[in-house]
Design a protein around this ligand. Sequence first.
Ligand SMILES: [Zn+2]
Length: 143
Amino acid sequence: MLAFNHILAGSIVGAIAPAPLVPFIATASHFVMDILPHAYGEEPPYSRFLKIQIGADAVISIAAVALIFILFPEQWLIVGIGAFFGLLPDFLWLFWKRGPKWLDKFLDWAHWIQWAEWRHGWILDGMYASAFVYFLIQISDVI
Ligand SMILES: [Zn+2]
């Protein structure tokens, strides 16, 4: 799943879940999201297609973070914490096949649940993001 969707899903958790539970539910949201069919991924070295996808994902992710601050001027901290924990598990990929065995086991599982990745899956990612942004606007502080 592209990073911006983890940020948006985590933001929704931050906005609606009880604050002490936000880190846990947002982290769990990551794996629920990854079960859904989504964009294609690769291990380095990346193809040209994947470099473009990563670049677009980074730009949209920055826009998603900006949107949180615009929509939740009162609750930005807890919404931001949700966004952070929603995305956090993806940083573990840096240690895949490089870290301890237990982490590899966990990451093999995290890889396995992503059973439906396909080249045009970014279209699905765009649809999920549209629904999330629509919902975030509905529950926002400002609109
Ligand atoms: Zn992931």
